[in-house]
Design a protein around this ligand. Structure first.
Ligand SMILES: Cc1ncc(COP(=O)(O)O)c(C=O)c1O
Length: 401
């Protein structure tokens, strides 16, 4: 019996329609593969938008979670628990920063970065109260809170949710001259995705991140790197900023930090920046909870081996070589870095949604963005053979089979 239509209808019946999911109902997952309620297997080429960099149910991460479930799972930050220091220390070592502030979702980490940058602006830089300005990039995606969508230029994310939070100025992504022109004495931060994921995996021109770094340093402005999707191995380095040997003032992390098990996000910065926060000024009941920290520490241990960064680099080459062969055969352009790609489908052939649905029928799960682009971001545990198989399915879909 086919259980999928009934399960899809039930999900539609009981939820707000704030997503348009593919009609697949997943019941189990392991590594790079998921199985639906009817027993059909799919290769996961989205990996929870990079939250599953280590694959589904990585044994080390599951073991860490299980062990912690049997001990203590939540204390709130009113008390200190025995997993907290190890996680935060591990993340300072990974980022090279002095201090960590853990939260849960990516949007909360971005909100944290905004608040810290503003407070730093008033208390350290000496900006006039209420005048602090943060420069953001056109095409950005940083989450869904009211402040964050205030500076989104995506009408779906932005429109009808006002009144909007002021204090943000948008410049074109990749344009250093525009950034230089927008910075003034009230500017406290530049918030940038080192690669814009949601916008279609847009890689800025080489030298851009180094240029942002230079402008920020020269003008006493904080460089806030949103590495929520690009970080933790996805692009073939621990952080996407590493490709240009750039060290931002603040790393904003999320997604894969929770190992695909729990929502874990964090910001990392030096003491002169994160030290502006005093007790009571910012926080979260669940941020830095024992389960999150235990899983987060296991994630950091995986990243320390460099295995996943290396896999992403090497298999990313393999993926991009294969994708390049599809250009002209239903694909107009491919971008990306490591095991991360934005593939533009020729609108004359099919829409991005149609391509995602057809890929699903062929056993590959991926998702479209902005009409014609398909985002590919498989778990970093995927093999070359699995990539080849997915590329064959992609070619078949584009040929209309
Ligand atoms: C670059 C970036 N920042 C922030 C977020 C928001 O993260 P979350 O959905 O966990 O709030 C996302 C999510 O896709 C993202 O890609």
């Amino acid at each position: 019996m086919n259980h999928t239509p009934e399960a899809v209808a039930a999900a539609e019946r009981w939820t707000a329609h704030n997503y348009h999911p593919l009609p697949v109902v997943i019941a189990e997952a392991d590594g790079a593969w998921v199985t639906d309620v009817d027993g059909k297997r799919y290769l996961d080429f989205l990996a929870g938008y990079s939250a599953l960099n280590f694959g589904h149910r990585h044994p080390d991460l599951i073991a860490a979670a299980h062990a912690q479930l049997d001990r203590v799972t939540l204390t709130s930050r009113a008390f200190i628990h025995d997993q907290f220091a190890e996680f935060c220390q591990g993340l300072t070592e990974l980022t090279g920063k002095d201090l960590i502030l853990p939260m849960n979702t990516g949007a909360e980490a971005v909100e944290t970065a905004i608040k810290v940058a503003r407070k730093w602006g008033y208390q350290v830089k000496g900006v006039r109260q209420g005048a602090a300005k943060i420069i953001v990039m056109a095409g950005n995606f940083h989450g869904r809170t009211t402040t964050i969508i205030s500076f989104s230029d995506d009408p779906d994310a932005h429109d009808d949710f006002g009144p909007y939070t002021p204090g943000f100025v948008t410049v074109p992504y990749g344009d250093l001259d525009a950034l230089a022109a927008a910075i003034d004495t009230d500017t406290v931060g530049v918030l940038v995705e080192p690669i814009q994921g949601e916008a279609g995996v847009l890689v800025p021109p080489h030298g851009y991140l180094a240029g942002v770094r230079e402008l920020c340093t020269a003008n006493n402005v904080l460089m806030l790197a949103d590495e929520i999707q690009s970080g933790l191995g996805r692009t073939g380095e621990t952080f996407a900023c590493d490709h240009e040997r750039v060290v931002p003032d603040m790393y904003i992390m999320g997604k894969a930090l929770g190992g695909g098990i729990v929502p874990v996000s964090a910001v990392a910065a030096d003491r002169d920046i994160l030290g502006v926060l005093k007790p009571g000024e910012h926080g979260s009941t669940f941020g830095g909870n024992p389960l999150a920290c235990a899983v987060g520490t296991a994630v950091i241990d995986l990243l320390k081996t460099d295995e996943f960064q290396t896999r992403s680099r090497e298999l990313g080459e393999h993926l991009h070589t294969g994708l390049a062969k599809l250009i002209g055969a239903g694909v107009t352009a491919v971008r990306g870095r490591g095991l991360w790609a934005g593939v533009d489908i020729d609108p004359a052939v099919m829409t991005g949604r149609e391509a995602s649905v057809a890929l699903m029928a062929h056993g590959v799960l991926a998702k479209d963005t902005h009409g014609t682009t398909i985002r590919l971001a498989p778990p970093l545990t995927i093999t070359a053979e699995e990539i080849d198989w997915a590329l064959e399915q992609f070619a078949a879909v584009l040929e209309g089979n």
